[in-house]
Unconditional design. Structure first.
Ligand code: NI
Length: 181
């Protein structure tokens, strides 16, 4: 079922979400809804509070990229915790809750996250690049934080066309090299 995505300035987006106590059929149904809603809106990540559910639950699916085994995989992260962050760099970023805008945001290039999977087991994910960026962005949502909060000024927001993708990542360096040849 498609859910309505809350947009700024909806106050629900500013709340701190509650932990998911246990994986129930309701949680599984919410995960299905979140993937469907994310795909319908051309996003690569979605946090439960964005569809009005104040739960610590995130889904991520990057566009397939044969050079990146982490792309094209469906990630479901329940109660995720950022454990380790690498060096920061400036990355282009947008959000389905703030459609039509993006900005350069400082994010760690690598991130380690622990979480509970849909199978109820504890797991750990070592991410880099776009996946690390998405993890930081979506976990921010669980704490009521939006990417604009990382900007010094809203003047840094850049308008994108209404049909633009939520995320417009720069190609990875290997890809750029290949495209040049
Ligand atoms: Ni977002």
């Amino acid at each position: 079922m498609l859910r309505r995505i809350l947009e700024l300035p909806d106050p629900v987006l500013r709340e701190v979400a509650d932990p998911v106590p246990t994986v129930t059929p309701e949680v599984e149904a919410l995960v299905d809804d979140m993937f469907a809603t994310m795909h319908a809106n051309l996003g690569i990540g979605l946090a439960a509070p964005q569809v009005g559910e104040l739960l610590r639950l995130v889904v991520i699916e990057l566009p397939p990229n044969e050079k990146d085994p982490q792309a094209g995989m469906r990630y479901v992260l329940i109660n995720p915790e950022l454990r380790r962050l690498g060096e920061r760099e400036s990355m282009s970023e947008g959000c389905l809750s703030l459609p039509g805008f993006r900005a350069m945001v400082e994010r760690a290039h690598t991130a380690t996250v622990t979480y509970t999977g849909l199978d109820g087991r504890s797991a750990r994910l070592d991410a880099h690049g776009l996946l690390a960026q998405a993890l930081q962005h979506e976990i921010d949502h669980l704490n009521g934080v939006l990417f604009v909060d990382h900007l010094d000024s809203l003047d840094e927001l850049e308008q994108i066309p209404p049909d633009g993708l939520e995320w417009v990542p720069a190609p990875a360096e290997e890809d750029a090299d290949q495209e040049d040849t």
